[in-house]
Design a protein around this ligand. Structure first.
Ligand code: SF4
Length: 172
């Protein structure tokens, strides 16, 4: 994919993201996406959805595997949302658009657990075309990744705090 093509196609993806409800989106270096072993501890010991779906650990890539995947890419689209729009739903749409625009390796990560089925069919995912793991479920440090790229993110200390949620689309 040439730089000229990127200049034409990335703005279309950014427009599409905002049309679907994202607050903002920008291209980032894949090197600015941070993975860390401790992220998985938050799933294993901090989340009651651990082990309940194909989009949660231990079925998702480990931080090390995710880093190996990130190393196959040079750029990505980081997309910021408030709590009103599902990052995963939008990222799936963007992944398809990016693929059809020629980014044949496009792959997206959302946020939070998969909500496509009332109860996950843990034998075999029944919506593979739409189910995507959260960034954090794959060992990505979302806080460090957002801050590396000038996006806001803070721990929500109570329910009145406004959250920032992120999706990531690997582009190549
Ligand atoms: S789409 Fe359904 S079966 Fe697949 S991971 Fe999500 S909840 Fe589980």
């Amino acid at each position: 994919m040439s730089l000229t093509n990127d200049k034409k196609r990335v703005p279309l993806l950014v427009d599409e993201a905002t049309r679907h409800g994202a607050l903002e989106a920008k291209t980032i270096s894949a090197k600015s996406v941070v993975t860390a072993p401790w992220v998985r501890l938050k799933c294993i010991y901090g989340c009651d959805r651990f082990g309940t779906s194909h989009c949660c650990p231990p079925k998702t890539p480990t931080p090390k595997e995710t880093q190996e995947i990130l190393d196959c890419y040079t750029s990505a689209l980081l997309v910021r949302f408030d709590g009103k729009t599902s990052p995963t739903r939008v990222i799936v749409e963007l992944e398809r658009s990016a693929f059809l625009a020629g980014y044949y390796r496009a792959f997206g990560f959302g946020a939070g657990p998969c909500h496509l089925c009332t109860t996950c069919n843990t034998e075999e995912c029944v919506h593979r075309e739409k189910a995507r793991p959260a960034m954090e479920a794959c060992g990505i440090d979302v806080y460090a990744t957002a801050r590396n790229n000038g996006f806001p993110i803070d721990v929500l200390s109570d329910e009145s705090c406004e959250g920032n949620y992120y999706g990531l689309l690997l582009l190549e």
